[in-house]
Design a protein around this ligand. Structure first.
Ligand code: ATP
Ligand code: MG
Length: 215
């Protein structure tokens, strides 16, 4: 479904090229939980930005169902992300002036039906906190609101960037289990430095210094 071939993301650092990701070849398959394991600074966030079209590779290609993400306009890529992808970021960033429910609704401008959003929040154990603002929620609850936002609209692919980093171990495991259970037929691509968070993954690949070890 997603195919990366020779994909690199380079930054220029004081005139020198540094690679956050280098020559990445990987497929994301339909309906799989793909785990990507790597230490801090190995390029995990960068790889997710590439696979999801948030960033364009400086060389190589990312295809989504055969379409080269680099050849789409910014608007087309945004549309693709809104309609096909869900994203859980490393930091649970929510809009502070919106409630949990409103934060979930903002992810799908095309679908403002609160009932289905409430249903997702209920499945995540937040049914009684839909009207709370982020500062009235715990860190784990905030991350679960982010998970609800990512799940909304039944995306084809959910990208999760170390979604458990700010949580204790048991809350972390519970967030991953919920993501995996509620993704339906969508694929889940999750990056983490913690192998114990990938117990349910169908496949695990390792990232080091921006390079994938495809085994
Ligand atoms: N905007 C940028 N300019 C220059 N270098 C960058 C930039 N963004 C990231 N990098 C570098 O790219 C490398 C990979 O960064 P990335 O954020 O993808 O790593 P990560 O594996 O997600 O790390 P962490 O686990 O700490 O979140 C790092 O060495 C980082 O310093
Ligand atoms: Mg990161």
């Amino acid at each position: 479904m997603i195919q990366a071939t020779g994909a690199s993301l380079a930054y220029s650092d004081q005139g020198r090229q540094v690679f956050a990701c280098k020559d990445i070849d990987i497929d994301v398959r339909e309906n799989e939980f793909l785990g990507i394991l790597g230490p801090s600074g190995s390029g995990k966030s960068s790889l997710l930005y590439l696979l999801s079209g948030l960033k364009i590779p400086t060389s190589g290609r990312i295809l989504y169902n055969g379409a080269d993400l680099s050849s789409l306009s910014d608007d087309q890529r945004s549309h693709l992300r809104i309609t096909q992808f869900g994203f859980v970021f490393q930091q649970p960033y929510l809009l502070g002036y919106l409630t949990a429910l409103e934060n979930v609704l903002v992810s799908t401008p095309q679908d403002q039906d609160p009932d289905s959003a409430i249903e997702i929040l209920e499945k995540l154990g937040l049914g009684h906190k839909t009207h709370r603002h982020p500062h009235e929620l715990s860190g784990g609850e905030r991350q679960r609101v982010c998970v609800a936002r990512a799940l909304r609209g039944s995306p084809r692919v959910i990208f999760a960037d170390e979604p458990t980093a700010a949580l204790d171990h048991s809350n972390g495991v519970s967030v991953v289990t919920l993501l995996n259970r509620l993704r339906g037929n969508g694929s889940l691509v999750m990056v983490t430095h913690d192998p114990s968070m990938l117990a349910e993954a169908d496949r695990i690949v390792k990232l080091a210094d921006g390079t994938l070890d495809n085994g």
